[in-house]
Write a protein that binds this ligand. Structure first.
Ligand code: FES
Length: 106
């Protein structure tokens, strides 16, 4: 299981193993990491699972699909590396990935 490093807006870090095929959202929820609200439970309709993928892993994370991109457009704090964590499934290429969580979800 790849090690994923979630970093909250205040710098608090969580390093947890997340099984391949599980979303970054679910990995955060399963490990009781604050900063991922996930109101819609991963259905890509709420935007409360926003995260920023460290550029070193952007290729591994892939690109957002059209529906995800439309939702990301609605964010006040969208960054170049913003993703909806429910839409990013963990793979072995994500070992050590750094995922930052926005202050707006606390
Ligand atoms: S959990 Fe709602 S969009 Fe990701």
């Amino acid at each position: 299981m790849p090690l994923i490093n979630y970093i909250e807006f205040d710098g608090k870090e969580y390093s947890v193993n997340v099984a391949e095929g599980v979303s970054l959202m679910q990995g955060a929820l399963d490990n009781m990491i604050d900063g991922i609200v996930a109101e819609c439970g991963g259905c890509c309709v709420c935007c409360t699972c926003h995260c920023m993928i460290d550029p070193a892993w952007s290729e591994a994370a892939g690109i957002a699909a059209a529906d995800e991109s439309e939702l990301l457009e609605m964010l006040d704090v969208r960054e170049e590396n913003s993703r909806l964590s429910c839409q990013v499934k963990v793979t072995s290429a994500m070992e050590g990935m750094i995922v930052r969580l926005p202050e707006s979800q606390y």
